[in-house]
Design a protein around this ligand. Structure first.
Ligand code: ZN
Ligand code: ZN
Length: 155
């Protein structure tokens, strides 16, 4: 997995996200901190995936709380949303990245921005279009399949 050039620890990424929340006037709750910790350890997860990891970590929360927290984190821009099939997945948006998505198992991996620079250049070359890619939106999503997918071999 390519994780960008500037590596920060999970703790630093979480602390930065909490600062953004405070600056936006949001409350820093234990649930928000716990969800950020889960997301810092994964590329992207669905709400159910976050819920399962919280429970596995001994921090059970009900699924509606997880949804509420994810929506709040998305609203302040520390988390962004990438749809995978019919499921929304959530990831930390603190460093720009794009995504590959396995259509079979749904695993989301991150792509560094230079990997899609030519796409953005082509999309904006006419001067009549700008992309959301400077912001916190999900960016480019490339669909395919893991070469060694837990859900079976790629076709
Ligand atoms: Zn992402
Ligand atoms: Zn897969």
């Amino acid at each position: 997995m390519h994780d960008g050039r500037v590596m920060r620890t999970a703790d630093e990424r979480i602390a930065a996200a909490l600062t953004v929340i405070r600056t936006a006037g949001g409350r820093v709750t234990s649930a928000r901190g716990a969800v950020l910790r889960v997301l810092a350890a994964a590329a992207h997860l669905s709400a159910a995936g976050v819920h399962a990891r919280l429970a596995a970590g001994g921090l059970p929360a009900d699924l509606s709380t997880v949804h509420r927290v994810l929506n709040a984190l998305t609203d302040v821009g520390v988390v962004h949303v990438v749809p995978v099939g019919g499921t929304l997945t959530y990831g930390l948006a603190d460093r720009p990245h794009h995504h590959t998505v396995c259509r079979r198992c749904g695993t989301v991996r991150q792509l560094p921005p230079p990997a899609v620079a030519a796409v953005i250049e082509a999309a904006t070359a006419s001067g009549t279009f700008t992309t959301d890619l400077e912001g916190h939106d999900g960016g480019v999503v490339v669909y395919g399949a893991c070469t060694t997918c837990p859900d079976g071999p790629a076709r």
